[in-house]
Design a protein around this ligand. Sequence first.
Ligand SMILES: NC(=O)c1ccc[n+]([C@@H]2O[C@H](COP(=O)([O-])OP(=O)(O)OC[C@H]3O[C@@H](n4cnc5c(N)ncnc54)[C@H](O)[C@@H]3O)[C@@H](O)[C@H]2O)c1
Length: 316
Amino acid sequence: MGKKVTVVGAGFYGSTTAQRLAEYDVFDTVVITDIIDGKPAGIALDLNQSRAVEGFETKVVGVTTGPNGEGYEGIEGSDVVVITAGLPRKPGMSRMDLLETNAKIVRQVAENVAKYAPSAVVIVVSNPLDEMTALAQIATQFPRNRVLGQAGMLDTARFSNFVAEALQVPVKSVKTLTLGSHGDTMVPVPSQSSVNGQPLREVMPAEQIEDLVVRTRNGGAEVVALLKTGSAYYAPSAAAARMAKAVAEDSGEVMPVCAWVDGEYGISGVYLGVEAAIGAEGVKRVVETDLDADELASLKEAAEAVRAKQADVANM
Ligand SMILES: NC(=O)c1ccc[n+]([C@@H]2O[C@H](COP(=O)([O-])OP(=O)(O)OC[C@H]3O[C@@H](n4cnc5c(N)ncnc54)[C@H](O)[C@@H]3O)[C@@H](O)[C@H]2O)c1
């Protein structure tokens, strides 16, 4: 049977994700939902009218949902659900400032996803990311491998872009990695980063790497400060759409994602940014990467920071 993916939230992140998913032409149906009457239907109509130009057959369906789960029957049979519903940051705000508002939204969405798409893999993108991923798992009661979050792919893509620009090399020749949380305790991993197969540390001075690490950590805020209203969505949607595609194709592709960690790196019982193989069941397995001592210490610090915050979301 053909694959179906739902994107919850038809804002900037949701609409660009739906566009990318439709243009892949690997799904039968892309459903996009929102609480704003008409917005998802309008986006769906517009995207469907691009099919003749872009040459894809995927049908996009827009659904307006209500406060009591009205409309959610439209997501039935989804293999993947990407949750983008929630407020984005404004300049000066931290992701944690969104916690209470977005927790209410994500809980309501997740409960309806559990009811109407009980076998879906859920990819959370709403911020604060690590906490909203943990909350979505609690609210759906899905097995932990079937709920994951998008952050690491975006942060890694930002790091790679900065390195490619600084060295004036094709971005394709750059490999970087970021782990940890999607926030202050993000852990860029220079020891696993390379340019044309050469270790990053051999082609870039330590101070410059550190500057780019700091810029990567503040990558989201830099875009927010320029846009002034709302946050980034082109690179974020590219990352979430790739994850949904890996699920649909059961590809096993290894990507940095926010996944449940159960003993890897000596860390247990927390949603954290790590590398994982992604497939039909969500996270097939967490992949442990060699880290140097500082990077491992930072990852453990990140785990403790997000563990404390994730404990609070159970009651939200
Ligand atoms: N994880 C990441 O890397 C990352 C990156 C960028 C943005 N984000 C987050 O993604 C979220 C969305 O960002 P955006 O730029 O699309 O914001 P946006 O304001 O453009 O869109 C959010 C949409 O969610 C909708 N919505 C609110 N409650 C809903 C509900 N109960 N059901 C369905 N839809 C609902 C709103 O009506 C709105 O259209 C934000 O929380 C933002 O912080 C995460």
